[in-house]
Design a protein around this ligand. Structure first.
Ligand code: PLP
Length: 449
């Protein structure tokens, strides 16, 4: 059995010992000592079907028995076509073409390039600039990192490759003014994009990128009502493409197949990953509108992009099997129902907690924001590393959750993201809340304040 301390898998956890995962059992991961961890974060919002789904693994095996790999420079494959058909049948708006990749960063990278190429094809080469939002994460490759508004990730690599600027996110807990209605705040938050376009000159901007429900960086922050409708209007008025990053919040996680369905809008380009393969295979996808596809077909004729493993047949076979399980009305209703139960249990347990400032989210995509002072919303000093303490205490208690630390600019606190498998039941809900309460309690007790 490999010794975690001697792990040579670059670049993980060189300082700390991590358990060795050996087996999946439904909502649990079992390590080499036989200890079981309840996966309340789906890793990072990946494992929507838990860890031992026999039908998904069988579909992958069957595909491997037929053919494992056929390069897309020469062939398409049955599972790639089947998955594309399923996605397009259910995709919002006029999203009508799918570009398969191996994960979320690649999907975002492809989206940024497609937006740029679209404007080259239609004779507007000056539209190069991309606008995104602060406190966002869109992946770790240089293009996706340029889009991300996570300062600590960006700064070591600046200047980044893509011409980008950022506006504030729609984050009511921190940015809504006292007395301001949610709707009024949604409009004001969206108008930050209008102001940024005016500053830049809208004719220089190719696209705006945002997550419909913000995952890793803010902890399941839902948009204010009307925010995305206003964003859509602004993009349309100025001919700017709207790219929605549904890498985390898509594929049923919020209770609808695409998170943007609940905002009543459709993007020009959508990025999905994580739940698409549910962790059984690495796969992501970019979906593009017919208008974009037509412009490229009428112009140079091909999207100037590509990776060796585009549309990998085994990954697409996993995607088809996962899609058939998560996309039906019963499973989506289950996500909403169990999400409602988990939300209620969190409110019951943490609603009056002196250090829990906000409980938020949608479906099985929920978050808690931790603050030093509930009244002033003052975050903990990031030097305390509260999120890391919670993660350590949770793992010791056999719970996987996804804590993230606050920022130095004091504009958000530490948070814990929960994104459990869609197959959780009432017992799991109880376990999650109990173990999380223990972990947060232990972590807070360990702070020397
Ligand atoms: N976009 C969002 C919203 C994400 O949350 C992530 C990963 O957490 C990514 C993109 C990058 O995905 P990947 O880690 O698969 O490259």
């Amino acid at each position: 059995m490999p010794d975690a301390r001697a792990s040579r898998v670059f670049p993980r956890h060189t300082k700390a010992s991590v358990p060795v995962a050996v087996r999946g059992e439904g909502c649990f991961i079992v390590d080499s000592d036989g200890k079981k961890y309840l996966d309340a974060s789906g890793g990072a919002a990946v494992s929507c079907l838990g860890h031992s789904d026999p039908e998904v693994t069988q579909a992958i095996k069957d595909q491997l028995d037929r053919i494992a790999f056929a390069h897309t420079g020469f062939f398409t494959s049955e599972p790639a076509e089947a998955l594309a058909d399923r996605l397009i049948d259910r995709a919002p708006g006029d999203l009508s073409r799918v570009y398969f990749v191996s994960g979320g960063s690649e999907a975002v990278e492809a989206a940024l390039k497609l937006a740029r190429q679209y404007f080259l094809e239609i004779g507007q080469p000056q539209r190069r600039h991309i606008v995104a939002r602060w406190q966002s994460y869109h992946g770790n490759t240089l293009g996706a990192l340029s889009a991300g508004g996570n300062r600590w990730r960006r700064e070591p690599f600046e200047p980044l490759l893509v011409s980008m600027s950022h506006v504030d996110p729609c984050y009511a807990y921190r940015y809504r003014e006292p007395g301001e209605s949610e709707e009024a705040y949604g409009i004001r938050a969206a108008d930050a994009l209008e102001a940024e376009l005016q500053r830049l000159g809208p004719e220089t901007v190719a696209a705006f990128v945002a997550e419909p429900v913000v995952g890793a960086t803010l902890g399941a922050v839902t948009p204010a009502p009307g925010y995305f409708r206003r964003i859509r209007e602004i993009c349309d008025r100025h001919g700017v493409l709207l790219i929605l990053d549904e890498v985390m919040c898509g594929m049923g996680r919020t209770g609808s197949l695409f998170a943007c369905e609940q905002e009543g809008i459709a993007p020009d380009i959508a990025c999905i990953a994580k739940g698409l393969g549910a962790g059984y295979q690495p796969i992501g996808a970019m979906l593009a509108s017919q208008r974009i596809y037509d412009a490229i077909a009428a112009g140079s004729g091909f999207f100037q992009h590509g990776h060796t493993y585009l549309g990998h047949p085994a990954a697409c076979a996993a995607g088809v099997a996962v899609f058939d399980k998560i996309s039906g009305p019963a499973m989506l209703a289950r996500v909403r129902e169990m999400g409602g139960k988990l939300d209620a249990a969190l409110r019951d347990r943490f609603g009056q907690h002196p250090n829990v400032g906000d409980i938020r989210g949608r479906g099985l995509f929920l978050g808690l924001e931790l603050v030093e002072d509930r009244e002033t919303k003052a975050p903990f000093d990031p030097a305390h590393g509260l999120a890391a303490r919670i993660k350590k205490a949770a793992m010791a208690r056999g719970l996987m959750c996804y804590p993230m630390s606050g920022t130095l600019d004091g504009r958000r606190g530490d948070h814990v993201l929960l994104a459990p498998p869609f197959i959780i039941d009432d017992t799991h809900v109880e376990l999650i809340v109990d173990r999380l309460a223990d972990a947060i309690g232990l972590a807070l007790d360990s702070l020397e304040i």
